[in-house]
Design a protein. Structure first.
Length: 302
């Protein structure tokens, strides 16, 4: 194996002076203190990176860190610009192959395209079951009534007066006598009642505006899912083609080998970005004999 250090920020083409020196910080070998000293990297994030590197044995891309919680874009950008990654590639083919199946069998330990597509859909919350759940909910929501609740309270009181003269007689003795109001009786009462009304729009059970909106949203989700699956499929098989070329026709010159390895890393990072890091996580687990990685989780639970 030939080993080189390359800049962690992978691009399609790097200038010839992009090689790392002995003073560069290697992402998979840095200590917690070294990583925590970088901009936008706190101690907990640094500890998580070191732990992940120890579990996987190496880190070949900053994109692998997307599986860690709280790893924001500012942190990833800082790591891309401040660290390098260590890569290894073979110096030449060591085996003869008699068929295409024998060649492809060399990569049988990697996840297949169906698994990678499923990770991508789960990460983006684009599973077909999500759309079916929307449609089921929109079909039955009109069965629930619109509830109106009303509460009223009435307080009433009254007072009665009797007019008398100065002698206390109820009937005045003369028109010029003064009249004095005397409280005769007083009363009060209170009423309260509740009013509840349930209203069903039965026509909405057939075809509602809400269901039409959900159907339109579902069509958008299907289009987005097709786009994501197409991109995942392209990245997956482009990566496999690069692997086959590196296996059967490895470059003899160092620059050519590094370019091939960079292209492989770029495609691996692309698959990590659409699967939330599950692709590299699975590669690391299968390379050490562990069970397959669980599906990626991301986005919004719809």
């Amino acid at each position: 194996m030939m080993r080189f250090l390359v800049a962690a920020a992978i691009v399609a083409c790097l200038p010839y002076n992009a090689w790392a020196t002995g003073d560069d910080l290697v992402l998979g070998k840095a200590t917690v203190e070294q990583l925590a000293a970088l901009d936008h990297v706190n101690h907990d994030q640094a500890q998580s990176i070191v732990t992940l590197a120890a579990q996987r044995g190496r880190l070949s891309s900053v994109e692998e860190l997307r599986v860690l919680p709280g790893m924001g874009e500012e942190t990833l950008a800082s790591l891309r610009s401040s660290t390098v990654v260590e890569v290894e590639f073979p110096s030449g083919a060591k085996k003869n192959y008699g068929s295409a199946d024998e060649v492809l069998a060399e990569f049988s330990h990697e996840p297949d395209i169906q698994q990678v597509q499923q990770w991508a859909m789960d990460y983006a919350s684009l599973s077909p079951e999500t759309v079916r759940r929307w449609l089921r909910a929109s079909k039955t929501f009109a069965a629930l009534p619109q509830i109106t609740f009303d509460y009223r309270l009435r307080d009433g009181w009254d007072q009665g007066f009797e007019y008398t003269n100065a002698d206390g007689e109820s009937a005045p003795s003369a028109p010029e006598d003064d009249h004095f109001p005397v409280l005769d009786n007083a009363g009060s009462d209170q009423d309260s009642y509740y009013y509840v009304k349930a209203r069903w729009d039965l026509n909405e059970l057939v075809m509602s505006s809400e269901r039409i909106r959900v159907i339109n949203e579902a069509q958008d989700v299907v289009k987005l899912r097709d786009k994501v699956l197409s991109e995942v499929t392209r990245l997956y098989f482009e990566r496999r083609r690069v692997q086959v070329e590196m296996l059967l026709s490895p470059k003899r010159d160092t620059m050519g080998q590094v370019k091939e390895q960079l292209r492989l890393m770029e495609l691996t990072a692309g698959l990590d970005s659409v699967t939330g890091g599950s692709f590299s996580q699975n590669l690391a687990k299968t390379s050490t004999g562990s069970a397959s990685a669980p599906p990626a989780k991301g986005g919004v639970d719809l």
